[in-house]
Design a protein around this ligand. Sequence first.
Ligand code: ZN
Length: 270
Amino acid sequence: MQYFDPHIHMVSRTTDDYETLARMGCVGMSEPAFWAGFDRGSVESFRDYFRQLTDFEPKRAKQFGIQHFTWLCINAKEAENVELSREVIAMIPEFIDKPNVIGIGEIGLNKNTRNEVTIFKEHVDLAVQYDLPILIHTPHLEDKYQGTRMILDVLCSDSRVKRDMVLVDHVEEHTIGLVLEAGFWAGMTMYPVSKCTPERAADMIEKYGTERLMANSAGDWGPSKPTAVPDLIMVMRKRGHSEATIRKIVYDNPLTFFAKSRNFKFTPRE
Ligand SMILES: [Zn+2]
C-alpha cells in the first residue's frame, strides 16, 4: 500500500533508509525542524539546517521516488534561548516560499517553561501572519498531559488560529481526546520504546475513528523505527480493518491536511 509518513527526521537517517521506505510503499513524507541532539550556537546554524531541509533532503528523497516536504521553526528545547529563537523566527521568511515548505513546526513545549511558551506564541504569530499550517510537538511522558493542555489553551484563546490547520503530534491515550474534541488534527508517533506502539495506535483508531487522525514514525537519531507506519498497516490488516480504512489513516488524511498549505504540491502515482 502507498503511504505518507507525516513526521520523520530524515536528516538523521541514511540513504539506505530512503530505499527501504520506498520499497515499503512510502511515496511522501514531511520532516519537521527539530533538535539536533545539541543546542546550536547561532542563527547561521539554523540557516544551514533549513538549506538542508529545503534543498538537499528533497533531492535525496527524489532518487527513490519519494516526495519530501518540510516544516520550519526553532524547537522547544532550544527556545530557552529567547534571543537566538527570535533571530531564527525573523530568518524563517527567507525559506517560507521554498517549494517543499508546508508550514511552521514542530513547535510546542518541552518542559513547559515560560520561555518556551513565549517562543511558542511567537511562532504561532508567524504562522498566522503567513497563513500557514502548524505542526505541534507535545512534551514527553510526565510533562505530556500538562503541556498538551497548555498548548491547546494558547491555540484556543487565539481566534486567528484555524484549528483544522493545526496538527498536534505525539498524542497518546490520555491526550488524543482533548485534541480531537477541540477540532485539531492528531498524530500518533510510534516508537519502539516510548510514545506509542502500532498496537496502541490501532486501539486508538478503533476507539476514536479515522477523522483527523494520522500516524507517523518520527524516525530520528534516537531509538526509533522509520518503518513504523508499514508496521501499523500490518497490525490493522491482522485485525481485519478494510484497506479503505487503513488508507485513510496512512495516505488520505495526511494529503487532506497538507493540502491546506498553499505550497503543498503532491503528484499522486498512477
Ligand atoms: Zn519530531
